[in-house]
Ligand binder design. Structure first.
Ligand SMILES: Nc1nc2c(c(=O)[nH]1)N[C@H]1C(S)=C(S)[C@@H](COP(=O)(O)O)O[C@H]1N2
Ligand SMILES: [Mo]
Length: 254
């Protein structure tokens, strides 16, 4: 809710309380006045619904519905030199960096990430191209990790910097961003397992984001660094993601 709207609601509330205390019950018989109360309540309900919907859980499925052939899309095998070297070393040197607007920057090995509070979920992945697959994901919950790093008050978004280039040139690197509502959503995890095995390279090894209330392109694979930022206009094309810079919506909620 915007500060303006909150101030307006508070002002409306104060006015109502004032009128109420004046004991003028003729007002309550005035249809115009009751219409005003009704619209304030209605606005409040709409705001509530908007906020509540964002924290609702995405549907989870039984194991019997896991897709035997979960499709891999976009980058399936990064050719970027740093990634190739890391992959060939079995990701022993991998460190997940969480930095930017945080009090305590983190650099976690896979073993350290696996020791963090985790969640397993069977969810449906919906790609904007029109296909869906159901998979089982296990990973570290993002919320507790952010608390560990200590987000600064100015932080409003998280940018996921990936290891793969999907296009040539300096802005060809894949990246994505989400807001803090999605970051703290209980099903938002940094997945290191898919279908009970280590996350395979085509699906984003060693770590990928699962942000289950969003479309496929928000599910950043090959995540190297999570940067807390105030805004993302200064990054790449300025729209907050590889595909967003090429015309997709930043908010891809489902
Ligand atoms: N780093 C990176 N993340 C990415 C992509 C990509 O090409 N590179 N493609 C996106 C798209 S469009 C989709 S649909 C999903 C595909 O995930 P999957 O390969 O596990 O099906 O990853 C998303 N995340
Ligand atoms: Mo996608």
């Amino acid at each position: 809710m915007s500060a303006n709207r909150r101030t307006w609601l508070q002002a409306a509330g104060a006015t109502l309380a004032g009128l109420w205390l004046s004991g003028c019950d003729r007002l309550t018989r005035s249809t115009k006045f009751m219409g005003f109360i009704g619209s304030a309540e209605n606005l409040n309900r709409q705001v509530q619904r908007a906020v509540a919907d964002r924290t609702a859980l995405a549907r989870e499925f039984p194991a019997s519905m896991i897709s035997p052939d979960f499709r891999a899309n976009g980058t399936r095998s990064p050719q970027d030199a740093e990634y190739v070297a890391m992959r060939d070393a079995g990701f022993a040197d991998y460190r997940l960096v969480i930095d930017g607007l945080v009090e305590r920057p983190l650099a976690l090995s896979l073993a350290e990430l696996r020791a963090e509070p985790a969640r397993t979920q069977i969810t449906r992945h919906d790609c904007v191209e029109g296909w869906s697959s159901i998979g089982k994901w296990t990973g570290a919950k993002l919320g507790p990790l952010l608390d560990k790093a200590g987000l600064k008050a100015e932080a409003r978004y998280l940018v996921f910097h990936c290891a793969d280039s999907l296009a040539a040139g300096p802005d060809g690197r894949y990246y994505e961003s989400i807001d803090l509502v999605d970051a703290y959503h209980p099903q938002t995890i940094l997945a290191y397992e898919m279908n009970d095995a280590a996350l395979p390279v085509p699906h984003g090894a060693p770590v990928r984001l699962r942000v289950e209330r969003q479309l496929g392109y928000k599910q950043a694979k090959y995540v190297m660094r999570i940067e807390a930022v105030e805004g993302f206009a200064h990054l790449h094309g300025g729209k907050g993601g590889f595909w967003e810079d090429r015309g997709y919506e930043w908010y891809a909620g489902i």
